[in-house]
Design a protein around this ligand. Sequence first.
Ligand code: UGA
Length: 441
Amino acid sequence: MKVTIYGSGYVGLVTGACLAEVGNHVLCVDVDPDKIDRLNRGEVPIYEPGLEAMVTENTQAGRLAFTLDPAEGVRHGLFQFIAVGTPPDEDGSADLRHVLAVARTVAEHMDEYRIVVNKSTVPVGTADRVREAIRDILQGRGAQVDFDVVSNPEFLKEGAALDDFMKPDRVIVGTDNPRTGELMRALYAPFTRNHDRMLLMDIRSAELTKYAANAMLATKISFMNELANLAERLGADIEDVRQGIGSDPRIGYHFIYPGCGYGGSCFPKDVKALERTARQAGFEARLLTAVEEVNERQKERLFQKLHSHFGGDLKGRTIALWGLAFKPNTDDMREASSRRLMEALWAAGARVRAHDPVAMEECTHIYGHRDDLVLCDDHEQALEGADALVIVTEWNVFRSPDFERIRKALKQPVIFDGRNLYEPRHMEDMGFAYYAIGRGR
Ligand code: UGA
């Protein structure tokens, strides 16, 4: 089948590569000439395990191509996927400017039936706006062309996106046309063949499903962070509590890890956007507001612990920081807890020596070169001469470090662990002052 994808960012590229991988002919359209150039040379501008190889292989096989020309894109695909960004605007709602611009572009060039598929995370009701935008342009052109708008939200996790696409838990398709539903089923058949994992529903329900999933996951995390803070005050250990509740299959072990707050490009933005959608619908979504507030507070926890350990004065201190990305296996630092922490440390007059296995370039991109930030080639180097170690991202390489070296390299044996990687008792036995989340202090 022929597929066109607008937006060669994270979602667009993964979708394009995976659809090409199973034999479709995919054309990716983007407005950024530099990006299209790089992609045509086989360079993938984002870090996602396996993606560059898949893009290269499919490009060489002639199933995947990149262009700046939207007219070519509209001619190419029966399926026209919109996978452009929807950054939050000042009031927290998703900015649909790019989505609607793509819709209008498609309408300007469309002269036969097309299925416009919304893959970007967009508020409930967006499919209607996309349909109107297309209709307006067609009317203006005096063109009589049939089309459908479908909602097909993505559920990719950064770092595991190829697997999530190739072996989805479910594929959600919202459409009001059963025939379009069948075409979407055919497109996704290679990924859902062994079990029918496609759920067809009306468009608004599909749009809401995306937000519901992310808001539920964010709620689980904030709930656990709330309890972790309480456990600290009560002298309980949240890690025992986590296992104690996770064993109940109605609760489950997944996504109940307390930590220094959730980040990334999705949860913070989507929780805010859903809250805002609710408000616009005349409904106060109290739980969502709380989920968001708890997370904001959680991102301050590590700094608070450092601050009180050092008697309220961090001026002139050097802090070793392990992990910059918002989670392992990505270089993404959007809304990362590391940023809040570093900014608070700098404001308090401290210096940071940081290491992340892949996000260092991204960090330089965000903060440039500054005197109070040293990016170190490996995690042990980050420790040299530091007053304390803080762990923000649970990269595997941090899970079993050489504690003897840590102790020797630090001025004081103190570790602040935002991801609960170690056993407090062992740490105390080894002579560390060890601060975790929800475990004692
Ligand atoms: C999330 C969802 O998991 C995907 O299903 C969804 O498709 C995607 O958003 C999206 O909307 O595009 P992602 O943002 O890549 O994916 O990251 P997650 O793996 O969900 O992690 C989000 C944050 O939660 C991270 O900062 C992580 O450290 C934190 N987290 C996760 C916890 O603090 N505790 C947990 O138990 C799990």
